[in-house]
Design a protein around this ligand. Sequence first.
Ligand SMILES: Cc1cc2nc3c(=O)[nH]c(=O)nc-3n(C[C@H](O)[C@H](O)[C@H](O)COP(=O)(O)O)c2cc1C
Length: 474
Amino acid sequence: MPFQDNRQFVETLQKTGDAVVVQKEVDWDLEAGAIARIVNETWGPAVLLEKIKDYPAGYRLLGSPLANFRRVAVAMGMSPETCFPDLLEEYDKRLRKPIKPVTVTKAPCKEVIIEGKDVDLFDFPAPMIHEGDGGRYIGTWHILVTRDPVTGWNNWGMYRVMLYDRTRMVGMLDPDQQGPSIVYANYQRSKKPVPFAIAIGADPISSFTAGNFFGRCEDETGYAGALRQAPVELVKCHTNDLQVPAHAEIILEGEIYPDIGLTEGPFGEFPGYSASPRRTWPMYRVTAVTHRNDPILTMSCVGFPTDESHIVGSLGKTHSYRKKLLDSGIPVADLFVPPQCGGMLVVVAIDPPYPNMARRIGKIIMTGRLPHYVIVVDGDTCVHDMDEVMHAIASTCHPVRGITSYDRDVGSPLVPFYTMEEKKWGVGAKAILDCTFPPEWGKEKTPRKMNFNRGYPESIRDKVLKNWKKYGFK
Ligand SMILES: Cc1cc2nc3c(=O)[nH]c(=O)nc-3n(C[C@H](O)[C@H](O)[C@H](O)COP(=O)(O)O)c2cc1C
């Protein structure tokens, strides 16, 4: 059965050795974040913190819910041992058949209802995640639901949200993203605050879908249903018409005021640094909170890889770039967005290589802010093996003719190495590294890779592999 919520998910993760439940009291102020940080930096298990300092029994915090591919596979009902190519294939297969959500009227997320002056966002153990963060972040693994009033399209997105006071929050709402663009367009038309709902602690795949990129007007709820192989159950919010996953732990309802700015950040960001200055973003005013009994808040300890932002981005972008290149007729042998590089770098293997292919690939992939590096290798190089990729760069990419760089291109304001001025205006540099030998060198002039596969005839390779144990190797 697909997981309805994180409670069932953690139970299964405990059985597979992919979650640890901590009974010892943990402080929401940095200690919880530091634990999740070690988990992320060691590809360790998810962590359910059962006792949070200053909070009543039952108010829990789940850290690093989907910070590796093992947990994504489990969330999709697959074995944690599933290798990335198999995970990608299944992901692709499932997304081809969206499963529409169903609407329910009774929902666990409404076990407790708090409205108006009784709302106090500090009721939940929102963590101070990293030293130097601008505040306590209640939204780092959640779903922001907004509706485009023109098309009626409901968007799911995930954009960090910081507590400001008992009823107000503030978060990054970058107009380049779809949820924020709905908010700004909506406000421009109506000059009224824009209704929102935030679902915290939905089932793992629904949250994954919110943090993943899908096209405009594409229904993320249908993709979530497809990935979990069962419809998502949605329920109408208590105070507005938006719908949220019925089994989520906590629902925040209210309005976003694009004309009222509050200061937010800094925050540990996905490139692995706290690099953006504190600045103003639109205010969220929360007018109602509903939650389950003994709610579980969720936390992605975003920062140095690898956390959910890298894992979700790696699977989602590997899938979408691959499709984009294949649709353009590029002979893609394999493609990988390594989670270690946080979406800033893509490795593409092509077979056979054509002249100037790397630049074509770079231009097809680098249309947005990220990535800023595209590395093109031959079909012999394993794009999942960073040792092989590093070897390809060092041995095959000509330091002058092999690198094509563009300055003053579209850039992400979060990229740490851009200047403050570049970040402000969203401009930056990009580069394509061509790690293939010129096809015109032909077979005779192209250096032969001296590895096991290329350095020996098939008959010898077969013989050696067959006799491997007989030689005395294990
Ligand atoms: C854990 C996590 C945290 C994220 N934090 C942010 C964020 O703070 N701001 C942002 O613009 N995008 C953030 N993202 C990326 C967006 O959620 C992602 O681009 C998604 O596609 C947004 O939905 P949209 O395409 O409907 O706008 C985050 C993703 C994940 C998985």
